[in-house]
Design a protein around this ligand. Structure first.
Ligand SMILES: [Zn+2]
Length: 321
């Protein structure tokens, strides 16, 4: 496909899988869904690289693992002529440069490592983290995740975290957060918030998918919902294909409009993939399919313009750390 627009992917677990399976991002034969070669084939211009830590790790081990992950990014992914990180709006605008290689934004999935301390939040900002998924599926000092039966929302500390994140220029990500947590964050937000990788619960009942009301609240902040390729969030069919994902996109567009939908593949964070959307090189076919269904203007918005707008309204103007 001729590249007539950019692509921003709001969520992938490349760093986690590299650490777990000892994989080389730049190896042309890498099995990573989004190794460097696959990322180029996908046409991705900006990739959110997530630092995710095994929830079984406790206390300071969480923080050490996040630091390991950030170190892995700098040692093994950031490279002249390869991936370049962005930390502010100036960097964000570089992705428009046609000769640019893919850029990266660092995110934390699950704020376990904060452990009730704002000092860690500030340290993570200094280290370049620009997005945080407040929880994974369990509870932490910030809020409850979707897997926590009591279903509580933000803690008092969590409210402080959201406020400090937004004043620093970090994007608050509510995927994995409890239902109450999503409402709390949306009510508190003074800047756009996102759900980086979640689909529509109206189309398929799964705790990780969002209700229409949740989606509307997120988009009312100026934010977006990232359509995700996780088979178990899409349908109960044994084989899952793009045909099954299209109704999610259609429903999201119906509920929140064309300015509220983006992409968050969750590639390399999933064991099973969709049958026809298995890795970066399948991305262009997915975008072509979206174009056929919804037209090229809508695809531009979903593929990058909406997420670009969110980042351009939330990231710090200049990186001074
Ligand atoms: Zn996730």
């Amino acid at each position: 496909m001729v590249k007539d627009h950019l692509v921003i992917d709001g969520h992938a677990d490349i760093l986690y899988r590299m650490g777990k399976e000892k994989l080389d991002f730049y190896d042309v034969n890498s099995p990573l869904h989004l190794g460097y070669r696959q990322m180029l084939k996908a046409g991705i211009d900006l990739q959110v690289f997530v630092t995710f830590v095994d929830p079984a790790r406790r206390g300071s081990e969480q923080l050490v693992a996040v630091l390991d992950s950030i170190h892995r990014f700098h040692q093994q992914i950031e490279r002249p002529g390869g991936i370049k990180p962005i930390y502010d709006r100036t960097g964000l605008h570089e992705i428009y440069d046609e000769t640019a290689n893919p850029h990266a934004l660092l995110s934390l999935e699950g704020a376990e490592c904060l452990d009730g301390r704002l000092s860690v939040l500030y340290a993570l900002f200094t280290l370049g983290i620009r997005m945080i998924g407040l929880t994974w599926n369990h509870a932490n000092s910030v809020a409850d995740g979707v897997g926590e039966p009591r279903g509580a929302g933000l803690t008092d500390f969590g409210k402080e975290v959201v406020q400090h994140m937004q004043s620093l220029g970090m994007v608050v990500d509510v995927s994995h957060l409890s239902e109450q947590g999503v409402y709390d964050v949306a009510r508190l937000a003074t800047a756009p918030i996102i759900a980086s990788h979640s689909n529509a619960r109206h189309v398929f009942e799964h705790r990780r998918n969002l209700t229409d009301e949740q989606m509307k609240m997120i988009v009312d902040t100026g934010g977006v919902i990232g359509v995700t390729f996780v088979p178990e969030f899409i349908t109960s069919h044994e084989t899952v294909t793009m045909d099954d994902l299209i109704p999610h996109v259609e429903h999201m567009l119906d509920v929140v409009g064309v300015h509220g939908v983006a992409l968050g593949s969750d590639f390399d964070g999933i064991d099973q993939t969709m049958q026809d959307l298995r890795r970066g090189s399948d991305y262009p076919r997915f975008l072509e399919r979206l174009e056929k269904e919804f037209g090229s203007e809508v695809v531009r918005l979903i593929a990058y313009e909406n997420m670009f707008r969110v980042l351009d309204n939330t990231l710090p103007t200049h990186h001074s750390a």
